[in-house]
Design a protein around this ligand. Structure first.
Ligand SMILES: [Zn+2]
Length: 72
């Protein structure tokens, strides 16, 4: 889980993903030291959150199915 004080970025110049613990207005790529090619990488975090929610739904259905069988 990403804390609110960190932000994920990806460098469009060298495709290097990195996390800034204290985000500011000018994050710098630690690999090539560029600042103008750095873009926020919020999409991957959002997709992992959706995937985690689906896992939670499947877990609930699985437990409900076991409970249904046990009750029978
Ligand atoms: Zn870079």
């Amino acid at each position: 889980m990403v804390s609110p004080m960190s932000a994920s970025y990806v460098c469009a110049d060298c495709d290097h993903p990195f996390v800034v613990s204290e985000p500011d207005n000018d994050p710098r790529c630690p690999k090539c030291a560029r600042t103008e090619a750095v873009e926020p990488a919020d999409d991957s975090a959002l997709q992992s959150d959706i995937w985690r929610q689906w896992l939670f739904v499947f877990a609930i259905l699985f437990i409900a199915g076991i409970a249904y069988v046990v009750v029978q």
